[in-house]
Design a protein around this ligand. Structure first.
Ligand code: NDP
Ligand code: 2IT
Length: 461
């Protein structure tokens, strides 16, 4: 490159960096103490630099300022009565973050740690994830600080009914379509749907996804996030000369995503040796017995600790983060945000891990991601890897609109294709924008361009 051209390119880089820093400082001031939201924003903004340098139109129309500010954040009181007759109050949330490419779409999380920072980080990530699926869905997320653990079925139902009584004003099949996330599975979706239907009348099947199969749910939605995670990682492995077959795998969590990631990894010939819950992890050198995990978690709603009663050769260790100290070829964090910090990342790398696939949303801290990207391991970021869940949710919406239901294999085949496409789009975007192999940059830019172009087309709204 000639000296003049080098100077010009340095200047472009400097302008973009200054712009991104200014935007980030404003967001920081406006969202003080919302650490998870700021973490998600920082990761995306930093990775967008190459596209801003190449296409200054994305700096000239306030796209970054608009895309980082939710279209709407709804916060509401959720009063309910427990089994002893005592009145309880929780806080409900729904963030309608971006509807440029379709109705708001994203899960509901019931967990005591839920607050506006958590909901906004999840809603923000969802914008880009949903765009990556290639389906016409915008970004949203919601939930409550309600803790479902230890609650009776009646308490869960009354809470869901109260939550939906308020939420029903803001959602609808063409407006905003919630689904599950941590603490919200088929049982909760059933109660939420029942209450929405009762309030609105008719049979509004498209208002929620993850529904039961008997009333408008899609086959393979239950499996979709976990299976999709493994499909994405298998694609990433195959493109680099590896495979699940014969690999040793660790999957954190033992909820919806984790169980079906383990199932598909096992089907592909992997040996899954450990999984966890928020109390601790089990290590089973013979390979985790999935039937036991399913019974404990899906049926009996018990702690993972009890696994060793059926499998006395397995080891239970108190403290879930220590799971990452076990040597493995492939690590699939499928529990929650920031479950892998820099210390755990170093352990994984030093112990020879070949690939990380984020089944959970933002399970690695910024420092951990940096360590992964600077090592020679393969790293698949959450918004690409776990997009299979929301993709099949969008397929559930399509089936509801058409008033038909596809066979399991048909949905599963579509899911496979979608995950392959997400990998290919992300990897080619990374290449095109000068960061070959970096799926963080590739996925963020690919999702961003789709949404930003729609925002440009709609004018300043
Ligand atoms: P579940 O509620 O089914 O399972 C969550 C699992 O993670 C449980 O084993 C739980 O343990 C553990 N966990 C939850 N919170 C914590 C915590 N603070 N510390 C340690 N462990 C924790 O949720 P999902 O499987 O649906 O969700 C898991 C992750 O995947 C989340 O990040 C979610 O956002 C993401 N995701 C989910 C999708 C879906 O379709 N469900 C789609 C895409 C992403 P315990 O039972 O002890 O709380
Ligand atoms: O994080 C996620 O993508 C989900 N919890 C699934 C959202 C959905 O609408 O299926």
């Amino acid at each position: 490159m000639k000296l003049e051209a080098i100077e010009k390119s340095k200047e472009k880089q400097w302008i973009a960096e200054k712009y991104v820093n200014n935007v980030y400082e404003t967001i920081k001031q406006r969202n003080l103490y919302e650490n998870e939201f700021l973490q998600a924003v920082k990761e995306i903004l930093d990775s967008l630099l190459p596209v801003l340098i190449k296409h200054p139109k994305y700096m000239e129309n306030g796209i970054l300022e608009r895309i980082t500010e939710p279209e709407r954040l709804i916060i509401f009181r959720v009063p309910w009565v427990d089994d002893t007759g005592k009145v309880k109050v929780n806080r409900g949330f729904r963030v309608q973050f971006n509807s440029s490419i379709g109705p708001y779409k994203g899960g509901l999380r019931f967990h005591p740690t839920v607050n506006s920072s958590i909901i906004k980080f999840l809603g923000f990530e969802q914008i880009f994830k949903n765009a990556l699926t290639g389906m016409p869905i915008g970004g949203g997320k919601g939930g409550s600080d309600f803790d479902p653990k230890g609650k009776s079925d009646g308490e869960i139902m009354r809470f869901c009914q109260s939550f939906m009584t308020e939420l029903s004003q803001y959602i609808g099949p063409d407006i905003d379509v919630p689904a599950g996330d941590i603490g919200v599975g088929a049982r909760e979706i059933g109660y939420l749907f029942g209450q929405y239907k009762r309030i609105r009348g008719g049979f509004p099947s498209g208002v929620l996804t993850g529904k039961g199969l008997g009333y408008g749910g899609s086959l393979a939605r239950r499996e979709a996030t976990g299976y999709g995670t493994v499909y994405f990682v298998e694609e990433m492995l195959n493109n680099n000369g590896y495979t699940f077959n014969g690999s040793t795998v660790i999957v954190s969590g033992s909820g919806n995503v984790s169980i079906y990631a383990m199932e598909k990894a096992m089907q592909l010939g992997a040996n899954v040796i450990a999984c966890s819950d928020s109390d601790g992890y089990v290590y089973d050198p013979h390979g985790i017995n999935l039937a036991t995990v399913k019974r404990l978690k899906e049926v009996e709603r018990k702690r993972i600790k009890e696994y060793i009663f059926d499998h006395p050769h397995a080891v239970y260790v108190e403290g879930c983060s220590k799971i990452w100290s076990i040597p493995c070829d492939i690590a699939l964090p499928c529990a929650t945000q920031n479950e892998i910090n820099s210390e755990s990342a170093k352990l994984l790398i030093d112990n020879g891990v070949k690939a990380i696939g984020e089944g959970a949303n933002m399970p690695s801290t910024l420092e951990a991601v940096e360590l992964f990207l600077n090592s020679d391991i393969l790293f698949g970021p959450g918004k690409a890897v776990n997009a299979g869940g929301v993709a099949v949710s969008a397929l559930e919406m399509s089936q509801n609109s058409m008033r038909l239901s596809w066979a399991f294999d048909e949905v599963d085949e579509k899911l496979k294709m979608i995950m392959k496409n997400i990998y290919q789009r992300s990897i080619s975007c990374a290449e095109e924008y000068g960061h070959p192999g970096n799926l963080v940059v590739g996925a963020n830019i690919a999702g961003f361009i789709t949404v930003a172009d729609a925002m440009l087309a709609h004018g300043v709204i």
